[in-house]
Ligand binder design. Sequence first.
Ligand SMILES: Nc1ncnc2c1ncn2[C@@H]1O[C@H](COP(=O)(O)OP(=O)(O)OP(=O)(O)O)[C@@H](O)[C@H]1O
Length: 885
Amino acid sequence: MSDYSLGQRWLSETETNLGLGIITQIDGRQITVMFPSNGESRIYASNDAPLARLQLSEGQQAHHAEDWSFTITEVKEQGGLLIYFGERLDDGSEVMVPESQLSHHIAINPALTRLVAGNADRHDLYLLRNQASEYYAKWQQSEVAGLFGARVGLLPHQLYVAHTVAERYHPRVLLADEVGLGKTIEAGMIMQRRLLTGRDQRVLVVVPESLRNQWLVEMRRRFALTFSVFDDERCEQLQDEHDNPFFAEQLIIVSTDFVIQQRWQEALLSAEFDLLVVDEAHHMQPETQGYEQLQRLSETINDVLLLTATPEQEGSEGHFHRLRLLDPNRFDSLESFTEQQRHYQQLASEAEKLSGDQLDRLLDRHSTGRVMFRNRRKHVGGFPTRHLHVHQLPAYTPESGEPWWLEDPRVSWLLEFLKSQKPKKTLLICHHADDVLDLSEALRVLAGIHAAVFHEGMSLLERDRAAEFFASAEDGSPILLCSEIGSEGRNFQFVQDLVLFDLPANPDLLEQRIGRLDRIGQKDDIHIHVPYLEESDEALLLPWYHQGMNAFEQCNPVGRQVYDEFKEQLSKAMTTAAELPDELLQQTKQRHQQLTADAEAGRDKLQELNACRPAIAQQLITSIEQQADPDSLYDFMEAFWDRFGVTTEVLDEHRLFVRPSEHMRVPAIPGLREDGMTITVDRDTALNYEDIEFLSWDHPHVQAAIELLTTEDFGSVCVAKLQNAALPAGAWFVELDYVSEVTAPRKLGVQEYYPQQRLRILLDSQGRNLTDKVPRDALTQQATFIDKKTARQIVKQLRDTAQGFIQQQQPHADAWRNQRITEASEEARQQLAGQKQRLIELQQHNPAVRQDEIDAIEQRSNALLEVMQQASLSLFSIRILFNQP
Ligand SMILES: Nc1ncnc2c1ncn2[C@@H]1O[C@H](COP(=O)(O)OP(=O)(O)OP(=O)(O)O)[C@@H](O)[C@H]1O
């Protein structure tokens, strides 16, 4: 008598992806099975059909074709058909479901489906799948996920800032490290961690036009982040296809001028960016269009990073307003902010006695605390010495009609200087673009030198080409002539000689100019040359800076304050005197010393306490170094490439070439270029060879490999052989891996509290739980390959018993999941209560703290607790180990 009846549900053993089929015809020696998932039918010989009957049991969950689920309480058979009795999950009502009414989407887990269908993969694919899942869980839970993959040296101050800021639910901070300490790198790291962990998805970067390309290149080169530059032309083109052109990309760079012109204001405001980054933010001055636009953007975008090395370059009021833009509750009045600054010294001595949360609270309440991070060279260390070389030259009176450069003694000095410099390179900065053009003409006419130039009259492309021409070691230009736009943000640390052809009156601008050379990556001492004419402005400014403030050879954090106090006297002296009056010099000196001492004991001390906590920074570095584990990463990827048909060719100890082959298991793997790519897992090699891929757990190709292995079926069921003489022949074990995770809108940031969780259960052939007694690795070491045919036979022989065991374990797995939910909920509740408390405390001092912000924390907490209750539990993989000594 045939086992088959019309209406029975069967799985195809060879094509489990067809879902659950239904017998629609039994015709002598043939049966027809229809698969509703794609409407196709298959005809099989009834004596040899590769089919497995789906028989669910008591306690299991099943899914009805009308899209509801139920828990089976009883199973009966009637005329060859199974009838399931049970309780609906949604309304608790009792139901009776003939098997023909089951959904074709198999409600049970894919691993179990494959087991039932008698399918098994190779042991190595199973191991790879489990490794991928373990690595993913580890990565998700790592406090440094997203910080592995940047092509940078691991510098404590940068990692501390990046980690602290990226951790916040909605970070809004001013990154104000001194010039050249790596604010762009910090911003990149914050972005990377937030993008990879799903906290942010859409980023808008606003930078001065002169830095647009540098940002683009730096983000690609250091972080493998591909930004798109948007300008008028690009937006106009995109307007045809998109109502809002900014939705065309996720990572966008625009220039500050683009934002200021306001043409795209409404589109920018409604483009749903998660993170706004503004470089050289000191230019955004209150009561300007730029500031207003920035303010509006910062009101609609939750996460904001403002970057400036000289926060007070345009005055302290502007600084206050930018802080206010970040946290209007904390910085509600200029008067109280100014008043607070008067007490910084007292605060600093109190703060020095505190640590951890107590310190944070104090800094938060009474200084720029949470909102501003300023690291200083002095504390970072390792910077080269700066040397000043002054060259006094006679004044001259221009003769009418002649170009000035024919007579100006600074030009002849420059020619001699360049001769003596060969083959070293020189950067020259002066204020005006006109002077740059004239000097370029002078060098060409008088000495046949082709100078690279960089000024606001050039297109962006021309500027970047000029910078490249200058940087080229073999045939590049010996000098780059820059107007003031080259004095901010650019990277020229491969140069050691800076000529200041004129001097700015603002000390912060001077610091910015020197910062082009004095930045991370500068390996040698720096030489600053100031050729100046007697009786010129520079003849006064030079001693004012040098003797008055030592501003050339040292960083000058109080320069702007000194300038504010003396600018009128200085400007008057420049119009009336040939030399700096001694009295003014002495006053400047005294005041500078005093302000420096005050700042050291007050403002700077507080900033230092906030900007980097060395023990935490060191811990982050240790975590990255330990968890990066390049050897395991390499082994894992090598096994992956091998199983998925990617060819590899060893180039040297640290470099490997990988390329898709014709025998790929899947058509394409994200992050792997079609024409192949050279990779390394070694950080130093990645820093030395910028054109090769730095593979880390953060890299898109590694992430794609992990996703492929864990979300598809590869390796979900396997059979392996044990050869253990201490055990009877035929003894067997089943090892189950469960995964629990929460699906929720990414912005809720649920993985912070409930990352993917894993549970392992090992049972022997009597169903006894041996999980704690026999670790996974011990079994893996003894396990050997079994051929596919034997594996299938074993699966078919054991699947019913194994299924029964799995069913028995369900309550245990459920209890484990519930425990995880309870723990994660408690952690979320406590942490969010702390955040709420901070705002409530602030509100007591500052009525501007809005109730809706406090409510927002409460709402997030409630939403998190709710979604975590829905954490899924799935059987991720099944391994059967069969003893054949
Ligand atoms: N951790 C690092 N590893 C390698 N290079 C780094 C690192 N940090 C910074 N750099 C390099 O040092 C230079 C200065 O960094 P960056 O441009 O981020 O500084 P910045 O503080 O933004 O400068 P500025 O104040 O001039 O705007 C850049 O060339 C950058 O690539």
